[in-house]
Design a protein around this ligand. Structure first.
Ligand SMILES: [Zn+2]
Length: 355
């Protein structure tokens, strides 16, 4: 079972193409492992064995097994991420992922034109009131998790906007629709002995906590946090905040008070990450002092471009410099540099809080 007894030191990335597998493997062996990472959350654009016609990229089951073996050799846990409910667009915002192009009956907003763009349309989601979607999604999750030998699966669920709009959903309780989806996915994974991870943003009241509409909810979903029989407290929450918040990051405290194992998640700005991390360290102290039931469990460095050789090379340059004791110099023009700067700033073996 996925251990919560060790600090979670994670890296997340997208990987879409088979030909870039070798570059991410090099980053794992030469960068993440010596840096002290123990978890890789891999958002692969996967060529499903169960539904080859719905492939989202060219990463194969054999590729995932290669990651499984390489990660295991370094004591790194491999966690596949499969975006569920939200983030069902591919390419342009109005264009659904291949599975939902073929099954538009599962789309919450099936009539959105393919060339729709922000701010007219945010992202496709599947309908939270149509259980038929699970006949496809659960085999997809199992397919990826089996190939990864995964003890945990990240089910996404971030930045959901399209819910409660279609005829099947309209008038239904929106937090309930969201929580039912979480429970269905969680219970399926638990039945296979797997832990569930999800992004935390839809459980946060953006207005009260002072967050943007992306990193907190303004659609009426957030009361789902209180439905503890459905959003069960064994779920690991990755709580992402990439902007600087002068008022602090009250979501970490919120999740700890609710009893979750919460993992603050950073992106590509080292100053912002250090600011967020400093508040998290205070939350560890407060949680111990005030006996909050949950825990601040570690950290997650995210990377949101499709991993390739150029990015892996740039990141390795920063990481190796950091490990050698150099103070990394930010170069925002180089792809991957920002995310590697964040690693150098916050990951323990990279010496905490380098000035
Ligand atoms: Zn619906």
């Amino acid at each position: 079972m996925f251990s919560r007894n060790v600090p979670f030191v994670g890296f997340h990335t997208i990987l879409a193409k088979h030909e870039n597998v070798e570059h991410l493997l090099r980053l794992v062996s030469d960068g993440l492992a010596p840096m002290g990472f123990n978890t890789l959350i891999l958002e692969a654009r996967y060529a499903y064995r169960c539904f080859p016609e719905y492939a989202q990229g060219t990463v194969s089951a054999e590729d995932l097994r290669l990651f499984r073996d390489t990660c295991a050799g370094h004591g790194i846990r491999l966690v596949p991420l499969h975006p569920c409910l939200s983030h069902q667009s591919a390419g342009r915002r109005g264009q659904p992922v291949p599975f939902l192009q073929a099954h538009r009956e599962f789309l919450e907003c099936p009539d959105v034109p393919e060339d729709a763009e922000w701010p007219d349309f945010a992202l496709h989601s599947w309908c939270a009131a149509n259980d038929g979607v699970f006949d496809y999604v659960l085999p997809m999750l199992d397919d990826m998790a089996d190939a990864c030998g995964a003890e945990a699966v990240h089910i996404g669920l971030d930045e959901l906007f399209e819910i409660g709009r279609c005829p099947a959903c309209r008038g239904k309780n929106i937090p309930g629709l969201f929580a039912d989806t979480v429970k269905r996915l969680h219970d399926h994974l638990a039945g296979k002995g797997r832990a569930t991870m999800m992004w935390g943003d839809r459980l946060l009241d953006a207005q009260t906590l002072g967050y943007s509409m992306w990193e907190g909810d303004r659609e009426g979903i957030y009361p789902a946090l209180q439905l503890a029989d459905k959003i069960t407290r064994d779920i690991i929450i990755t709580d992402w905040h990439y902007d600087w918040h002068s008022h602090g990051y009250p979501s970490v405290e919120t999740f700890m008070k609710e009893g979750f194992f919460v993992v603050p998640s950073f992106w590509n700005n080292a100053d912002n990450a250090k600011h967020f991390w400093l508040h998290c360290l205070e939350d560890i102290y407060l949680g111990n002092k005030l006996n909050w039931p949950g825990r601040m469990g570690g950290l997650l460095c995210t990377h949101w471009q499709d991993m390739d050789g150029e990015i892996a090379g740039n990141m390795l340059r920063v990481i190796k410099g950091c490990l050698a004791g150099d103070i990394p110099v930010p170069d925002s023009a180089r792809k991957g540099d920002g995310a590697a700067q964040v690693m150098a700033a916050v990951v323990p073996r990279g010496k905490l809080f380098r000035k």
